[in-house]
Design a binder for this molecule. Sequence first.
Ligand code: AMP
Ligand code: ZN
Length: 460
Amino acid sequence: MVLKLYNTLTRKKENFKPLKDKKVGLYTCGPTVYNYAHIGNLRTYLFEDFLKRVLQYNKYQINHVMNITDVGHLTSDSDTGEDKLEKGAKRENKSVWEIAEFYTKEFKKDIRKLNILPPNLWCKATDHIKEQVNLIKKLEKKGFTYQTPDGVYFNTSKLKNYGKLAKLKIKDLKAGARTAVRDKKNPTDFALWKFSPKDKKRSMEWESPWGVGFPGWHLECSAMSMKYLGETFDIHCGGIDHIPVHHTNEIAQSVGATGKQPVKYWVHGEFLTLGKERMGKSESNFITISTLEEKGFYPLDYRYLSLTTHYRKKLSFDWDNLKSARNALEKLKARIIEIKNSKTSKGSTKEYEKKFLDYINDDLNIPKSLALTWKMLKDSKLGSKQKYKLILKFDEILGLDLDKIKESSIPSEIKKLAQEREKYRKQKNYAKADEIRNKIKEKGFILEDTKQGIKIKKNS
Ligand code: AMP
Ligand code: ZN
């Protein structure tokens, strides 16, 4: 089955066909490095990783570029508020450069822990000021810009089809936004260049033909994707919040400058929520990879959880969901140890391989491919040799390190229960200790009190 992807631009699942042979140019909006990434942000990077792995599975050669936003992203997406990096610097009493460097490193650590494949190229906004200024010059020449006391703005009324990606109703926006317009000509106009405040020196500012200041947030992605992937490339991704503003404005800048649509397929991931609320850095409800680790989870437990919900559906996070994901992953590992040790050989895996490919190629239906993985492992018509070989192939998509499982691995949940039982035994609370021993037995493990201490064994 040919790979199908849901394209936000057309609101349809489309057959994927790269611009050139089997080569794919992929741009994914990277983190704004003023704080740790929360697991909501990381859900987006995980979905992009699934996409990459599916492309690789289909033998495409990917050139993946990810930016690091280290300047220009203001606390409000409508060009007002504080620069997020400056805010982070104040909070931690450090320079903006130190903040950017620290959180970039932390981000890279997080994605490594989640087995997210790194891009071919990382690029920082502050390393590409020249390219951004040149892009504004191009837009100025073509009559798309105007200046206000606050900066250089993009005049969205000059572009036919502005807002097509988000299906924005420009007339309604104009009617509703009279008071919020300030010096802007249209409510949807956005900053290309912001001037530094007259009375204060910013730590990040540059000379430009229009005055000292810094680039608007959307500009970096147009300038850098153009530089590294060309004026038109295959896939651009991000979270759904980017559709109405950030990506809409990226399209405006690129179409304005080149007259061409920059991207063939726009692919967006849904939110991770906490209860009904979106998880956000500025809200106090943010959970990081360290939070998970402090509570005794492994980062890959979270990866497993994100495999269970399709990327275009909301994923509501709670600790019970994560516990279930952890249990499932532990069970999967235990099952793999079993099949690795047994060498029975029978049956053909062809049908499973075909179905797996059909699912992942159907707009990345990873949850279905995961369910199929379990079905395959339970199939008595297949030998363990066939199962082991196939699960390692499936793991090219799942990314759960299933080839690295050690023989002796006892699930952390069981180890914890055993410790708890030991505590009760020491307190001579034998009723409670026995209760936990039975619970462990129900989960398929037995405890043996030996002279050397407690031994945990799989109940065969
Ligand atoms: P930022 O670091 O704020 O620029 O965001 C990085 C990425 O995380 C962007 O692609 C956002 O769309 C995405 N994102 C932000 N909040 C969430 C969330 N709650 N769930 C999923 N993705 C999110
Ligand atoms: Zn971007």
